[in-house]
Write a protein that binds this ligand. Structure first.
Ligand code: ADQ
Length: 461
């Protein structure tokens, strides 16, 4: 069995997979079984320009190699090209792209650094799995240094239509670099169609029916691998009594109130302002709902140094203040807004205690919160998932109430339908959704990607 080498911007703590998302959960077992190396940035920012020495630490079968970035790397590669160019652009938000020439240089420089640091740690028959938009040029950098190992790439975020992608300066080089991988994995069929179209229309190369691209002398295989969660682990967590959540749930039950829950990183792609507006519209359109429902929105701050992120924070705080100012009375606060992270155990219990999971990204690669909400439900009295049609998860989770996250009235009406849905219909939808999230869980995601990577024709062949 070949050793698995994983490279991503940050390295997850594999001793705490219960605290982590789909990536760490999916990879932990594969790394343990095959033995593995995981490399990424250690989160430090140094002033020096000296080539960074990776810190290598082995625990059991798994070795972690982490390296620091310089302040310039952080500004140009991380905040710059990755999060002010690729992130907004790949989420179809051309209006939020902030491009500077130095960003591209920094992006390439850090990918070259990663390649230099990884090279001495590689063995000839390793298989290498690279994650996400920060590291698109990594295979090209490694190939330039003589690596012929099999390399796969998985994009966690959407792949945009070519009309949007071509707004990135030097987009052709970016995609040609991407095609230095042997296997490219995307979340959904929509992403797949977008990449196929770019290859056919802009590179004038053919994509075979089975997803193979003949790029020069090389064969590159492209497919979708929808990521999932560890369903049983999350469901078990949700069943565990969580004191703080239980007390609050009992209090609501006595008052006959229902709860709608939203949980997200505080990101402009998650559709948070319109989500709050939809809740406000619900209270306007259906006055009988007043005092009988609350919206709990938990939002964890991220990337606060990027300007677009500070704006979303102020906008949300203002909106929740306005809704509460307009509708609250002395014993009912309609919006409960929590700015911060919540432990996963509490999150699972909160999902179970909420009658509606409200997940309305404007665009999302997959969205694991939608799947976590489903996994957490009580099968005898399940809640209802209201899900944006622009989340990757909507391609599969048909039994959710699918909404347009730009249409506040549509969302308000779906909220009302979810809150009043009869038990039988809720159970039927929940059953079907559970089957779907089990079919594409974290482990099957990792296994199917690794199997496809192992089956790629090797470069030497
Ligand atoms: P994210 O954009 O981070 O991931 P998502 O898939 O929803 O989005 O995963 C977020 C994870 O963080 C979930 O496990 C969630 O429970 C947790 N989380 C979010 N807010 C939290 C909070 N306030 N407190 C505690 N935990 C919180 C990217 C892509 C997604 C893709 C994933 C995986 O943007 O589209 O689904 O990678 O590929």
């Amino acid at each position: 069995m070949k050793r698995l080498v994983v490279v991503s911007n940050r390295v997850a703590d594999l001793t705490k997979t219960s605290q982590s998302g789909g990536l760490a959960v999916g990879l932990a077992d594969s790394l343990k079984i095959r033995g593995g190396l995981w490399m990424g940035w250690d989160g430090r920012r140094l002033n020096s320009d000296e080539p960074p020495e990776p810190v290598v630490k082995t625990t059991g079968e798994i070795t972690q190699a982490t390296l620091p970035l310089t302040e310039d790397d952080y500004a140009e590669y991380y905040l710059g090209f990755s999060n002010s160019v690729l992130w907004p652009l790949f989420h179809y938000r051309l209006d939020l792209v902030e491009y500077r020439g130095t960003f591209m240089e920094g992006y390439r420089r850090v990918n070259a650094k990663f390649a230099d640091a990884l090279l001495p740690l590689l063995r000839p028959d390793d298989i290498i799995w690279v994650h996400d938009y920060h590291l698109i040029p990594l295979a090209a950098e490694l190939r330039q240094r003589g690596c012929s190992q099999r390399m796969g790439f998985f994009l966690h975020i959407p792949f945009p239509p070519p009309e949007i992608l071509t707004a990135v300066p030097r987009h052709r080089r970016l995609i040609e670099d991407l095609l230095q991988f042997d296997l490219i994995g995307l979340q959904t069929n929509t992403d797949l169609a977008n990449l196929h179209r770019y290859i056919e229309e802009y590179l004038k190369e053919q994509v075979d029916k089975d997803g193979t691209v003949h790029h020069g002398q090389r064969k590159v295989f492209i497919d979708s691998f929808p990521i999932g969660i560890d369903v049983d682990a999350f469901a078990e967590m949700a069943e565990e009594p969580n004191d703080a959540v239980q007390i609050e749930t009992m209090r609501r039950a006595i008052l006959g109130r229902k709860q709608i829950i939203g949980v997200d990183r505080l990101d402009y792609t998650k559709g948070l302002p319109d989500r709050l507006k939809a809740f406000s519209r619900l209270l306007e359109l259906y006055p009988e709902m007043r005092k009988s429902v609350t919206l709990m929105q938990i939002a964890t701050p991220t990337r606060e140094e990027v300007e677009a992120y500070t704006e979303i924070r102020s906008e949300l705080e203002a909106l929740s203040g306005q809704i509460n100012g307009r509708f609250a009375d002395f014993n009912w606060t309609p919006v409960h807004y929590i700015h911060g992270a919540v432990p996963r155990e509490a999150l699972a219990a909160l999902f179970r205690a909420s009658q509606v999971g409200f997940v309305t990204p404007l665009r999302d690669g997959m969205n694991l919160v939608a799947k976590e909400y489903v996994a957490a439900q009580d099968p005898n009295d399940p809640g209802v998932l209201v899900l944006s049609k622009f989340a990757g998860a909507a391609e599969d989770l048909h039994e959710a109430l699918i909404v347009n996250p730009y249409d506040v009235d549509d969302m308000a009406k779906s909220l009302c339908r979810a809150l009043t849905m009869p038990l039988e219909e809720r159970k039927e939808r929940q059953n079907a959704l559970m089957k779907r999230i089990r079919q594409h869980d974290a482990q099957s995601w990792a296994d199917s990607f690794i199997e496809a990577l192992e089956n790629c024709p090797s470069i030497a062949a």
